[in-house]
Design a protein around this ligand. Structure first.
Ligand code: NAP
Length: 286
């Protein structure tokens, strides 16, 4: 009788450029330990021309899959065998799952964001209220998907470059009511939720995507969710809290998207707190 070869150690990757400062290896290392699975997660710097070969390598039997980050989330789509509905609608893949040599593309940013919004406490007056999304890049696409498909509200896309916001709105119109607008025309007075999906404020505590005057127009109880998590308290969050609003950073989304990817690879249901604790642990040096 021949015994099939079973890999004793499993591998997962992040493909990104740059990749060195990713927090994902910490989270997935902790998840492997928690789940009692012998596995490794390696953040690999992969340039755009290197992506097809890197993705092809994921078909190996000991590979669980990979996460994708900038600049690969859209470029990977044609390299995969199947796509989830969310990945297809959003037009971006952040998680590839190796299903016995067939590569399945998924997007855990969107359900990760949804879980993070629930953790933050979605305002009770959310249903039907407009969700204002700042930014029009990949993260804004996931936010628009959540606003339209999961929260059932109208989505307003506010972006520095209005033409990009317009293009995103045109693309997502089939999912629900979505509009692009300059900030001064967005429905602040009735918005229960503002999501910063722009990179304004990233690594710059002095920068904000939104003039404080617009925050002042939000209703009491509104939630401001900033996908940025470096710094942990952004200027947008500080200004929102100073006005009595609830504000959260993007660490919870980062943890939830990782949790969902880990489950897709292994079937293990590791608690979100394991991922959050790994993010909070002091970073190793060297
Ligand atoms: P992206 O595709 O490069 O898009 C960046 C967006 O930010 C664009 O709409 C851009 O506007 C806007 N922007 C950049 N600098 C700005 C400024 N100074 N003022 C106003 N708008 C500005 O990036 P992405 O992948 O969507 O990521 C956006 C942010 O979300 C990043 O900070 C990323 O770290 C974060 N993110 C977090 C998570 C998480 O798990 N927490 C997941 C995904 C992304 P223009 O169109 O005018 O250039």
């Amino acid at each position: 009788m021949t015994v099939p070869h079973l890999p004793t150690s499993l591998r997962a990757f992040l493909f990104a450029d740059p990749a060195a400062h990713s927090l994902s290896p910490r989270m997935h290392g902790a998840a492997f330990a928690n789940a009692g699975i012998t596995g490794t997660y390696e953040a690999r710097r992969v340039s755009a021309p290197e992506l097809p070969a890197a993705v092809a390598g994921l078909r190996a039997p000991d590979v669980l899959g990979a996460n994708l980050s900038l600049p690969h989330k859209e470029a990977a789509l044609p390299l995969l065998d199947t796509l989830s509905d969310a990945a297809r609608a959003i037009g971006a893949v952040n998680t590839i799952v190796n299903r016995g040599g067939q590569l399945h593309g998924d997007n855990t940013d969107a359900p990760g964001l949804l879980a993070a919004l629930h953790d933050a406490g979605l305002p009770a007056f959310l249903p039907g209220g407009p969700v204002v999304i700042l930014g029009a890049g990949g993260a804004a696409r996931a936010a628009a998907f959540v606003a339209l498909s999961d929260l059932g509200g109208a989505a307003w896309i506010v972006n520095r470059t209005l033409g990009r916001a317009q293009a995103l709105a045109d693309e997502f119109r089939a999912l629900g009511e979505v509009r692009a607008a300059p900030a001064d025309l967005a429905p602040w007075e009735s918005a229960p939720l503002v999501i910063n999906a722009s990179s304004a404020g990233l690594n710059d505590p002095g920068q904000t995507p939104l003039d404080e005057a617009f925050l002042a127009r939000l209703p009491a109880g509104a939630l401001v969710y900033d996908m940025v998590y470096k710094p942990a308290e952004t200027r947008l969050m500080c200004e929102a809290r100073a006005r009595g609003l609830t504000a959260e950073n993007g660490l919870s989304m980062l943890a939830h998207q990782a949790r969902l990817a880990f489950t897709a690879w292994t079937g293990a249901d590791v608690p979100a707190q394991v991922f959050l604790d790994a993010l909070a642990a002091p970073q190793e040096r060297g």
